[in-house]
Design a binder for this molecule. Structure first.
Ligand SMILES: Cc1ncc(COP(=O)(O)O)c(C=O)c1O
Length: 465
């Protein structure tokens, strides 16, 4: 049996020993739920642990195990799980019967004002929805509705949720790159109308816009690529994107669903000094609840308003739980804390991220296992709480583009996604894509325990592979 298979068998045995109850729950779940759950990324093999509670840096499972968690609610929980200040306030509101859906309430205005003010207080309007997927979908509808154009340009490796408009070019396929489409059931027309360009590659962007500029409604890009590899855009790239899109009448959309409030108390666009036409926020802005938002200049957002008549209007509405008062309150508390504490919170997050990345590099180097960490900032992003671990298959693999991270010929993807995941779980750490997001609840103690767990994983890799 090959070393990788023997290591997998060893880890699965160890994992099963500590998660017997989760295994039983999973068998029950499989009978009624697709693959045993509601989100593929939470359903790792051989089966996920089932959570019974979470607090600060940690999550507990039904077997009584505790894991230091870097998934942190899909990176939404920048203050850790269930921060006391949000929990206390929501509990008080619940007991007063002050939380409701189905009516407009004041908290949403305050949250919208915070978003707009933090983006420089320019003339902008906000509409809330309940998921990042919907927010990015509406940015595309707004762009197409406003420009009357039929093409959408996105990044290869860019994940913007499962919106039908943006499901192309997400996963890397050997021989095909990021050109493929990730789902059945999409209209062929939509698939043809989505163009894919290479992240941080100004020449490719220029070429595609030169060829199709007058047909492209919007270019959507994350200033700090998330699932694509925790890679920051270069300032020159975003500036080029701004000038090319402006020149060709294309709307520039920033997906700040991960990057918003992750690096500074607003969108990353303020650090880059590049102003998009539309921004999608999500995750952190909900304080652990289902909140996403589209923020755009007044003239663009007004395309959703009723005065435009049926045919000229973008139907950005629906949403039973949109701007639910509980979610809005939680979001306000979260952003209030981040804004008020920015001077200490963001440097602390950056320090913790750095300590973790450098520590993980060190323990793999000590074990003699080649590794590369992404998640560092750049000249514009001064520090970062994100980290992703990669195992280069040869010397001098560069990690500048999503293909470096997702092409199995360059990096051992199974080692990161499957084996490292289990090796860390059996040592009490939960990661996704080999890493995740540090929160303010992760102190030096948790970071050092995490580095030690990576060290255990590194020694196992050395022994078996
Ligand atoms: C950059 C980015 N955009 C959009 C989304 C979709 O957000 P949601 O899962 O809330 O629909 C995600 C989710 O992970 C994301 O990372």
């Amino acid at each position: 049996m090959a070393g990788m298979d023997r290591l997998r068998d060893h880890l699965v045995r160890e994992y099963r020993k500590k998660t017997a109850k989760s295994r039983a729950v999973f068998h029950r779940a499989e009978k009624v739920m697709i693959e045993g759950g509601s989100h593929t990324i939470r359903l790792w093999r051989p089966y996920p642990f089932f959570a019974s509670g979470a607090e600060g840096p940690s999550v507990r499972d039904v077997d009584g195990n505790t894991y230091i968690d870097y998934w942190q609610g899909h990176y939404a929980n920048i203050l850790g799980h269930n921060p006391r200040l949000i929990r206390r306030e929501i509990a008080a509101c619940l007991s007063r019967g002050a939380l409701h859906t189905g009516f407009e309430a004041v908290h949403q205005i305050e949250l919208a004002e915070t978003l707009v003010r933090k983006l420089g207080g320019r003339e902008a309007k906000v509409r809330f929805t309940t998921s990042g997927t919907l927010a990015t979908m509406y940015t595309v509808m707004l762009s197409q509705g406003l420009t009357g154009r039929d093409l959408v340009l996105k990044i290869g490796g860019g994940w913007h949720g499962a919106s039908p408009y943006l499901l192309k070019g997400v996963k890397y396929h050997v021989g095909e790159g990021f050109g493929g489409c990730e789902s059945a059931g999409l209209l062929e027309d939509i698939v043809r109308r989505t163009l894919v360009t290479r992240f941080n590659d100004g020449d490719d962007l220029q070429r595609i816009i030169d060829e199709n500029g007058d047909r492209i409604a919007c270019f959507i890009v994350e200033p700090f690529l998330g699932v694509g590899g925790f890679l920051p855009a270069s300032k020159e790239y975003l500036e080029l994107a701004r000038s090319l899109t402006a020149k060709h009448g294309i709307l520039l959309v920033f997906d700040e669903i991960i990057s918003g409030f992750r690096f500074c108390p607003t969108g990353l666009q303020t650090l880059y000094g590049v102003r998009p036409d539309l921004t999608a926020f999500g995750k952190i802005i909900g304080g652990g609840h289902a909140v996403a938002a589209v923020v755009g200049s007044r003239d663009i957002m007004e395309a959703c308003e009723r005065g435009r008549g049926l045919s000229g209007r973008v139907l950005f509405e629906g949403g039973t739980f949109s701007a639910h008062s509980e979610y809005m309150k939680a979001g306000l508390i979260m952003l209030g804390r981040l804004v008020a504490g920015a001077a200490t919170i963001y440097p602390k997050l950056a320090r913790s991220g750095d300590r973790l990345r450098r520590g993980v590099e060190r323990v793999f180097a000590e074990a003699g296992v080649p590794v590369h960490l992404t998640g560092d900032g750049n000249a514009v992003v001064p520090g970062s709480s994100l980290f992703m671990v990669h195992f280069p298959r040869r010397k001098n693999v560069s990690y500048d583009h999503p293909e470096d991270i997702h092409d199995d010929r360059r990096s051992d993807v199974a080692l990161r996604e499957e084996i490292l995941k289990l090796a860390l779980l059996v040592n009490g750490v939960n990661v996704v894509h080999g890493g995740g997001a540090v929160s303010t609840a992760h102190g030096d103690r948790e970071i050092d325990a995490t580095i030690a767990a990576y060290g255990e994983a590194a020694r196992l890799f050395k022994k078996y592979l």
